[in-house]
Structure formats: C-alpha cells, structure tokens
Design a protein around this ligand. Structure first.
Ligand code: F3S
Length: 426
C-alpha cells in the first residue's frame, strides 16, 4: 500500500504508540482488501462505549486503555489512548440508567457504560448514542469520506447523503478515529458506487410501510450489490428512506442504492449505472409485495400481542409526533407494553413538545440509547411482539425467541390498545 510521509510517520511512532498501532491495523486491513492507499476521513461513527462481559474483564485487568487497545486496535501492547484525531461519535449502545426501571437490562452493564461514556467523552467522543447520527447533528456532506459502522446508518450516509463509507467495524473505526484514515476501497471509489441491478417498481410505494417492504424485497434480491429503483415511487422523506435502507441492509447487505431523481448521485437511471449499460429490470409488483408481507409476518401465530415496538431505526421527531397523535386519549391494553426508540437528543425535543407525556399517559415508554435487538431486552414475559419496522421483525424473533407481527403504525397502535393483532395487507 502506498503511504504518504504523514502516514509513514504515524506508522513509525511519530505520534505515539497508540496511533502507530492504529496505523499498523489499517495497513494490515487495507492490504487484505487490496486497497492501494488510505483516504482521509474526518467523521467516524463507532461503538466504543457498548458494554459487554469481555469489555468488563479487560477493564478489570488493565483499565479502559487496555480495553481500547485489545478491542479497537487489535493490540496487546500497553497503550495510552490519545484524544480522537477527528470528529468521532458513539452510535447506539446499551440502555442507560434512566431506562433501568423499565427495561430488564443488567445494572452492571449500565454502570460499565456510564464509566465508558466518561472515559471516551474525555477523549473527544461525542456520545450521540443513536443508530441515526445523521438525525442529531452529525451530517457528512456529499463526497466526504467517512468511517461509519451500523448498517442502517451506512446505507443512509452513502445513498441519501452521498457521503462515502464502507460498513466498518469496531477495530477499523477505532483506528480511523486515532488517525483520520481508512483504506480507500469499495464505496470510497467512483467505480464502487455505480448501480448493479435495476428494479422496476410497479405498485405504488408512497408511505413508510411500503418503503420498508420495498427495502426488504430489494435486499433479498441484490444481496450486497447496488440496486437502482425506478417506477411508481412517491417522494420519500427522511423516515421512509431510513426504513427503506435499514430493511435493504437487513434482508441483504446493501450499503448503497440509487433512486433516480431523488438520491444525489443518480440524476437519471443511466447516470446511476455510470459507464455500464442499464441492465434488464426485475419487477416489484403486487405478487412480490404480497410475498414480502407474508415473509415478514411468517413468524407470528398467536394474535395475542404482549409488546409493541416502534422506532427502528431510532425515530425521527415527526415519527414521535405521529406516535403521540395515534396514542392520544387512548390506553394500552392491560399486559401490553409499547416502547418507542428515539435518539436521546430527540427525546429532549419530545419531552419539550409534550409528545412523551402523551405517550406515557397512554401507558407507553419513550426510550433512548439502544433498542431490544441491540440490548437483547424486551418487557418480561414477552412472547409476541408487533412492530412497524421490517428490521426488527426480521431480527427480534431470532434474538429473543419471540413471535413477530409487522404492519403500519396504526395497526401497531391498535395492537397496543386491544392486545390483539388485527393487521392485514391493504
Ligand atoms: Fe437502531 Fe436497533 Fe434498529 S440499533 S437500526 S433501533 S435494530
């Protein structure tokens, strides 16, 4: 790999042992990928404060410096963590102390996370604590190279914002935060960003649920490739694009898609494919839509709903408003819980706007920092849950061993107030 003089200096220890270990990791990582060089990044989204038993043991053995060296730099050396070199934010992690009375989540993990926040905050990590950092002030611009984790955030950054990132991991983002570098391959390069598949949408897709189902179809069709979608599409907003991308990154491994005339790198279908010819289209029609809906609801048998989960990826402020409006003046069925997952910064907005009070008056909870899939936690005794998120409907049955129903916000709120699933495809 070609290195600049600055990068060679980092590798050789000019900026300390931790930066040298970070550069060594990036060189090894980039070499394995066949990257010719590193690119400069000044925005990292990472997972440093996520608590775990392994992290607890490493902290007991050698403090937070040791935990960072092993987990984020793949190093057994005795290193001291320097301040982050570039803007670095924490994505979602575990639940915090204020959720302790609601969520069955271990007190040791809450305490460990509190210590982690203090340590990494002192080192310049912005504790955004959300899978949607682009909703709370961390918005890279078009063409900017970044190093992000979290599949739903990566696909949003690449596709909607036009920033450039691969789906990084804990170690590569840790190394990027200390160096401002990441291997320049894949989505960082023009040739890695052109479309590979064309999907012709022949049913109207113009609301949150429809965009999620289309995303789930798309990921299942293209896997890790780059879909281009055209046809009977309404104009999506932040929430729809957030749901579409998360679903495509769940049923497949999509990191980048194009919507000609909507997303920034695809003014036309032809432009989305760059120098390659436009391929034959695959149809998304009524039959495919019904199959996606059936698949997402294939893990529900009992219509008795214990738990309703909204806000995956973490809700936008308008989604919080809509949930509050749907619950206003209503009351959850006895024995049914409703959690709405939000970015902590938007919880403050929800509190000040009265949305939290409305949701709590109905019996629901507005929770920040994490989610049931991330923290492997749901209301005690949950056997059947309902959600408006294709991603949670996909993952939570496997993670928690519970049944799932997928539907609209209105259908989920109906389930919360009746304790019954009555959703069906319109
Ligand atoms: Fe976010 Fe959890 Fe969904 S981290 S994307 S709310 S699975």
């Amino acid at each position: 790999m070609r290195l600049t003089d600055e990068e060679k200096g980092m590798r050789d220890g000019a900026e300390g042992a931790a930066v040298a270990a970070a550069m060594d990791l990036l060189i090894r990582y980039g070499g394995a990928l066949g990257a010719g060089h590193l690119c400069d990044v000044r925005n990292v989204a990472t997972s440093m404060t996520q608590p775990s038993p392994v992290k607890a043991r490493l902290v007991r053995e050698g403090g937070w410096d040791k935990a960072f060296a092993v987990i984020s730099l793949d190093s057994d050396e005795d290193l001291q963590v320097p301040p982050m070199r570039v803007a670095t934010c924490q994505l979602q992690h575990g639940f915090g102390a204020d959720a302790g009375a609601v969520v069955p989540y271990p007190a040791q993990m809450i305490a460990l996370q509190g210590d982690a926040e203090a340590f990494y905050g002192r080192h310049g990590v912005n504790i955004l604590a959300t899978c949607t950092p682009y909703q709370v002030g961390n918005i890279p611009v078009r063409g900017e190279h970044i190093a992000w984790m979290e599949s739903s955030a990566v696909i949003y950054a690449n596709s909607v914002l036009g920033a450039r990132t691969n789906c990084e991991g804990t170690a590569s983002t840790g190394a990027a935060a200390l160096t401002g570098k990441v291997p320049c391959w894949g989505n960082h390069r023009d040739e890695g960003r052109y479309g590979t598949h064309l999907i012709d949408v022949q049913v109207r897709v113009d609301d949150f649920t429809e965009w999620g189902m289309l995303g789930y179809f798309t990921g299942g069709l293209v896997g890790e490739e780059r879909p281009v979608l055209a046809g009977d599409l309404g104009r999506p907003g932040l929430a729809e694009l957030k749901h579409f991308g998360a679903a495509a990154a769940t049923s497949g491994g999509v990191e980048l898609y194009h919507l000609p005339g909507i997303t920034p790198e695809a003014p036309t279908v032809e432009a989305a494919f760059g120098p390659a010819p436009v391929p034959a289209a695959v149809t998304y029609g009524p039959r495919e839509r019904r199959a996606v809906y059936a698949g997402l609801n294939s893990q529900g048998t009992s219509t008795h709903v214990d738990f309703v989960l909204l806000g995956c990826p973490h809700a936008s402020v308008d989604q919080i408003r809509q949930a509050a409006a749907a619950l206003d003046g209503r009351r959850l069925s006895a024995g049914t819980h409703l959690w709405l997952m939000v970015p902590r910064a938007l919880k403050d907005v929800a509190d000040r706007s009265g949305y939290t009070e409305t949701i709590e008056r109905a019996g629901g909870k507005v929770l920040a920092d994490s989610c049931p899939a991330m923290s492997r936690a749901a209301p005690p005794g949950t056997r059947v849950f309902a959600t408006d998120s294709a991603k949670q409907a996909h993952y939570l049955p496997a993670i928690l061993g519970i049944e799932a129903w997928f539907g609209t916000l209105a259908q989920c709120v109906d389930a919360a107030v009746t304790g019954r699933w009555r959703g069906e495809l319109s």
